[in-house]
Write a protein that binds this ligand. Structure first.
Ligand code: ZN
Length: 146
């Protein structure tokens, strides 16, 4: 039906739209089976999927999202804090109870989404490049050295 599936390959997966990708990452859905087993805590991946046994440790997401997210969130929150301070002149404790939890929450939730999205995309790209070799126990991560 869709044109990108017309090349004759037997694909079990498709790259989702970015909204679906973001939702899947936020919910911690396994890129292979879709069960919510990707994270063992807010931002750290589980070792493997509890449903389909996909090994998450072979994907190297790295710390790239952390630095970028921290800078972006820090910029947005600093601007917001300045605007709030100039408009409402709140006491200092209002800033503390407003910005500290907001910063922590945004960084953790942003990291979860970014790391989850990277792992899902890495799984899909690797699986796509490897074709149907997934059953052979071969590594799927293209950036991984032995
Ligand atoms: Zn799974």
């Amino acid at each position: 039906m869709s044109d990108d599936m017309a090349d004759g390959e037997d694909r079990k997966f498709e790259l989702p739209a970015s909204a679906n990708l973001m939702k899947a990452a936020a919910m911690g859905e396994c890129p292979r089976c879709g069960s919510r087993a990707l994270f063992k805590s807010v931002v750290s991946f589980a070792d493997r999927c509890s449903s389909c046994d996909l090994d998450y440790s072979r994907f190297n997401v790295g710390d790239g999202p952390a630095a970028f997210l921290t800078l972006a969130i820090g910029t947005v929150l600093a601007i917001l804090a300045i605007v709030v301070d100039q408009w409402f002149h709140p006491p200092f404790w209002v800033h503390v109870i407003l910005w500290v939890p907001l910063t922590i929450g945004m960084v953790l939730y942003g990291l979860r989404i970014a790391k989850g999205m990277l792992l899902i995309v890495e799984y899909q790209r690797s699986a796509r490049e490897a074709g149907s070799l997934e059953t052979g126990g071969t590594r799927l991560s293209p950036g991984e050295d032995q």
